[in-house]
Design a protein around this ligand. Sequence first.
Ligand code: G3H
Length: 258
Amino acid sequence: GVIRQLSGIDEMERLLQEKLNIDKVVIVNGDSDTSPWVIDELGRAGAARMKSLLTGKNIIAVTGGTTMAAIGKMLPNVSELPNVEDILFVPARGGLGKGASYQANTVCEQMAEKMNARYRVLYVPDNLGEAAYNTLTSEPAIGEVLDLLKSSNIVLHGVGEAKAMAERRKVSFSELTELEENQAIGEAFGYYYDEDGNIIQKVRTIGLQLDDLPNVEHVITVAGGASKAKAIKAYIKMAPKKPTLITDEGAAIQLLKG
Ligand code: G3H
């Protein structure tokens, strides 16, 4: 529209696509670090992008976090979509510390309700010991969810700052030290990585893994706020499948500077 042209957002999107070497960037006005309502705009844009990709049968994998919760919140109620036969929402991971309202499970349920769709649950803690991990993944009910995740055609996920995410997960002092020593910058899907996109640490999570992404048709990364710019940039370096990026002006300005 005219406003987007006048404010230069269209041009910023084009420049950022070029700079990050990805096909599609959507930028919403504002900076969610300083204006909390901007996260709802990220949610609205993420929801619109997801809806625009739906066709036939869809399995949508969704991670947790406040940005994903905003997508769930901003999704309009829809009873039927043209050319869409089926939609199934599947949580990309079990749990992550406190905050039931932004767990992947909760977000999936909310999205499914809004879209009159089906959903699955995955109730397992993050960061399991090896024995527990092996036992749980061999449970048929959990294995079924993992198979669904592997055959998902759309993945919706957030990106966090490494330190913020480590605090949210209440990691041990030694893990935090390891992250700091290795200059962890960002976190996505339970992977902590540095500025060059090297993986530093991986939380043992039951759910979607980075290696699963190349088989997914559409990956939608939704993350904003100037403070996340470095984490977003490094994620795109690391990502085995180039995503569509939905971000805000705050992050976009930093990304274009760097
Ligand atoms: O893995 C990253 C987090 O999902 C990001 O969480 O949206 O609350 O910042 P957030």
